[in-house]
Design a protein around this ligand. Structure first.
Ligand code: FES
Ligand SMILES: [Fe+2]
Length: 411
């Protein structure tokens, strides 16, 4: 991390700890309307303009170890086939044969020299080109070149593969902007896949996402865990363009180290902020990542229906050498799971609340402003005028959004 960002964050945490109220001029945030969590029309807009048009995490390069390796990805509904080509480039296509929609693959992962449709045998290469059809005599004047697999945008942030169903989306690295710059210290091109888990949760995806964007809840639901180590009153927040954000929370005792990570290899490129504090990124829309020198999870929030979601937790680690993952990871993953249980414990009840007449919107405080930032961005994506009035969030934070680089350049 650059020295200016380091100093800025340290000063920011000191400021937050010492303040007696919100900074002067900070607006009183308008309540976030409950319709955003329950309204089917809003949900449809969210699906169309957010989920179908966002860069989202798909897989790690370790899951595509060879030329011809593939992953079948279905987190947002449409089945998408992600293939490592002969040129080692990763490409994505709908897993949908151009003849009558048969699947090219059915397993979630594997390796193929050619992708042959199980229905009538049309064959596609690693680049999605239709290379052979059965009984060509019955398809006279047929131009195979027009019926390649339909591509989906697919780009890498280091070893992390992202996809976007919007063919006009800006390049991934432009979209990530400060996230990619600031996370470079975690060596995204070298980080290895360590563990994957997923949980079904009975709530609207935003009910749970909101909870991971603030530290206000530490003293209640993490009293015996996270709150013992972190001082939420010092949480320093940065709001970035495109909905991304970061919060940094100081350790109560700076010398505290996670016992679940004792003895694990560390990334020596990580600066003092992430070594001595708890840093948490929100890669918009749905990744929460608290990275440390010994590894990091991507906590990913996937919508399923209006009132159900999947929580995916994928851990990445610096290279641990040959052999299986070091044994201490069991402790680390157990500790993490305990914290997750604390975080998810109220989700179904909150869902019942948002569906009840007793829920009248969410009054957010200054220290919960990342949530407001997240929702403001959602309305920007949908287009403010397209959002039903009863669900709209009034833009209030534009003066508080800045890129770290621009700030440094101005100094
Ligand atoms: S649907 Fe694929 S070959 Fe017919
Ligand atoms: Fe939490």
């Amino acid at each position: 991390m650059d020295p200016q960002s380091t100093e800025q964050i340290k000063a920011g945490m000191d400021y937050e700890k010492a303040r007696n109220g919100p900074p002067e001029g900070f607006p009183a945030l308008k309540p976030v309307p409950s319709a955003r969590y329950v309204d089917a029309e809003f949900n449809k807009l969210e699906k169309e303009y957010l989920w179908k048009k966002s860069w989202v995490y798909a897989c790690h390069m370790d899951e595509l170890p060879e030329k011809g390796s593939y992953v079948l990805w279905k987190r947002l509904g449409s089945p998408i086939l992600i293939i490592r080509g002969k040129d080692d480039k990763v490409r994505a296509f709908y897993n949908t044969c151009r003849h009558r929609g048969g699947p090219l693959v059915k397993d979630n992962a594997g390796r193929r020299n050619l992708f042959v449709c199980g229905y009538h045998g049309w064959s596609y290469d690693h680049e999605g080109n239709l290379v052979a059809i059965r009984d060509p005599r019955d398809f006279p004047d047929f131009d195979k070149s027009c019926l390649g697999l339909i591509p989906v945008r697919c780009e890498n942030f280091g070893a992390w593969v992202f996809i976007n169903c919007d063919e006009d989306a800006e390049p991934l690295m432009d979209y990530l902007g400060p996230v990619a710059e600031q996370m470079a210290e975690f060596q995204p091109d070298k980080i290895r896949l360590a563990n994957k888990a997923e949980y079904e949760i009975n709530c609207n995806v935003k009910v749970l996402l909101d909870a991971f964007l603030e530290t206000y809840h530490l003293k209640s639901i993490h009293q015996q865990t996270v709150d013992r180590f972190l001082d939420h009153l010092g949480t320093y927040i940065e709001l970035w363009p495109n909905g991304h954000s970061r919060m940094t929370t100081p350790n109560r005792r700076p010398e505290w180290k996670d016992p679940g990570a004792a003895g694990l290899p560390e990334l020596d490129s990580v600066g003092e902020i992430a070594r001595d504090n708890n840093v948490s990124y929100n890669i918009y829309p749905n990744i929460v990542c608290p990275p440390s020198p010994t590894g990091m999870p991507f906590i990913i929030f996937w919508p399923k229906t209006l009132n159900t979601m999947t929580l995916e937790c994928i851990w990445f680690s610096p290279d641990w050498g040959d052999g299986p993952l070091p044994k201490i990871w069991e402790t680390r993953l157990d500790n993490f799971e305990r914290i997750l249980e604390e975080d998810t414990q109220f989700a179904p009840q909150i869902q019942a609340s948002v569906e009840s007449d007793g829920f009248k919107g969410i009054p957010l405080s200054y220290q919960e402003r990342r949530i407001y930032h997240w929702h403001e961005e959602l309305d920007r994506r949908i287009g403010r005028n397209n959002v039903p009035e009863t669900a709209r969030v009034e833009p209030m934070l534009s003066n508080y959004i800045e890129r770290p680089q621009a700030r440094n350049a101005a100094e």
